[in-house]
Design a protein around this ligand. Structure first.
Ligand code: CA
Length: 232
């Protein structure tokens, strides 16, 4: 008797389990789109902007399962040095550090990107003109391309945030910092200008079309009924 009940129970689980397992992945599909961020100046005090993102539309009972964000950015800028020490030639080093943060509307962080470029040189004593050129000055254009950051593993709150029929404005904060050091010079001037960033934010929504799941359930109903009769 016990053997018979065990055999029935195993048969029931064996019939029903494949139906259960197929539910979460049934009909999973993706929507991908890219928002382009055109070349934008970063002022010395920093930039606060936003990137508009179309929410995932749950129309028709679709259920958002996962969100992947990829932010690819290019940074650029100009670094300038002028040795104003009239008595001494000098070595120098300039650096330019960029930072971009993509945030949720509540300002919490989604993606943080940083990049750094530096240059070294040697200039003569002050040539009398602060033009970041001549014998005592130098000007450098610098850039960094394809700096990439990812966001995945969204929370339940993120799923809710990105679901809707409207546009989500994701804040973006861009800043930069210039640094300079001189070897033997006692005085110098620097300038960091034309600092910019540009980028592309690619959004991928993975979702399950809810009706397909219910269709599967409907297909499984006769099996469920049989299971109910056998296991009763
Ligand atoms: Ca000069």
């Amino acid at each position: 008797m016990v053997t018979s009940r065990t055999a029935r129970a195993s048969a029931c689980v064996g019939t029903f389990l494949p139906l259960l397992l197929c539910l979460p992945a049934a009909g999973a599909d993706t929507i991908t789109f890219t928002a382009t961020i055109s070349t934008t100046d970063i002022p010395a005090e920093g930039l606060l902007g936003s990137v508009p993102i179309q929410q995932f539309d749950p129309a028709g009972g679709r259920v958002l399962q996962d969100i992947d964000l990829q932010l690819v950015t290019d940074f650029a800028g100009v670094m300038c040095f002028e040795n104003t020490d009239p008595d001494s030639a000098t070595t120098f080093e300039l650096s330019l550090a960029w930072s971009i943060e993509l945030r949720r509307p509540d300002e919490s962080l989604l993606i943080d990107l940083d990049a750094l470029r530096s240059v070294r040189g040697l200039v003569d004593a002050f040539d009398g003109v602060v033009d970041f050129g001549g014998f005592s000055g130098a000007t450098f254009y610098t850039s960094v391309g394809d700096v990439t950051g990812l966001f995945a593993s969204p929370t339940a709150a993120d799923i809710a945030l990105f679901t809707g029929s409207g546009v989500l404005e994701l804040p973006i904060v861009a800043t930069y910092e210039g640094g300079a050091a001189a070897g033997s010079s006692t005085s110098f001037e620097t300038d960091f200008r034309d600092v910019t960033f540009a980028g592309e934010l690619t959004v991928t929504y993975t979702y399950v079309p809810e009706p397909a799941c219910w269709a599967l359930l409907a297909l499984g109903l006769p099996a469920l009924r049989r299971w109910g009769r056998v296991c009763a």
